[in-house]
Design a protein around this ligand. Structure first.
Ligand SMILES: NC(=O)c1ccc[n+]([C@@H]2O[C@H](COP(=O)([O-])OP(=O)(O)OC[C@H]3O[C@@H](n4cnc5c(N)ncnc54)[C@H](OP(=O)(O)O)[C@@H]3O)[C@@H](O)[C@H]2O)c1
Length: 165
């Protein structure tokens, strides 16, 4: 079976995914969705995302893309020097999640079969952005809408898209 490459991200309506190396929002239900969706699967991420305070790591395998010669690697972590090398390290895996950030999404969106994309219904200031999506290439498989509540300051929707072209 062909390997499935899935991007998983949360972005605002103006495509912000980060500000000053942090997520600009706190949405516990989205984190719970992230954990449920990615449980047991390997992750690929860029060095800056790996080093953020919000970093999410797989208990199974993580590949950190970096050219640094002194990257401190956690257990279950390996370093790759390119997207191609990262995918090669996970060549035997049937499903790989790409966690970002902006630089890594930009280099991998054309490879993705699936996108788990949470859209936060607000405009944020940011310095890291999800790439422009050509929506003609994607079919919406599933959408869960979350209103604001006492735990969530912003409404958001959790969307799953499959590549159709
Ligand atoms: N909302 C979300 O879903 C989400 C998810 C993840 C991250 N984020 C946010 O995104 C921001 C970080 O994104 P970012 O774009 O600044 O950084 P990033 O993509 O996480 O990491 C960039 C680093 O990855 C390495 N890298 C990337 N492409 C490479 C290549 N082709 N070859 C070798 N190394 C490569 C380089 O590391 P070296 O400099 O070490 O060589 C580069 O500096 C943060 O604000 C974070 O909170 C948000």
């Amino acid at each position: 079976m062909k390997k499935q490459i899935a991007l998983i991200a949360a972005m605002s309506e103006n495509r912000v995914i980060g500000l000053h190396n942090r997520l600009p929002w706190h949405l516990p239900a989205d984190w719970e969705h992230f954990r449920r969706t990615t449980s047991g699967a390997p992750f690929i991420m860029g060095r800056k995302s790996y080093e953020t305070a919000d970093a999410l790591l797989s208990d199974y395998k993580n590949v950190i893309i970096s050219n640094s010669e002194n990257l401190a690697l956690c257990s279950h972590c390996k370093q790759a020097h390119s997207v191609a090398e990262a995918l090669q390290l996970l060549a035997d895996e049937p499903l790989v999640f790409i966690l970002g950030g902006a630089q890594v999404f930009e280099q991998t969106i054309h490879l993705a079969d699936l996108m788990y994309l949470t859209i936060v219904h607000h405009q944020f200031d940011g310095d890291a952005f999800f790439p422009e999506v050509n929506w003609a290439e994607w079919e919406l498989l599933k959408q869960d809408n979350h209103p604001t509540d006492e735990r969530h300051a912003y409404a958001f929707s959790i969307n799953v898209y499959k590549r159709i072209a």
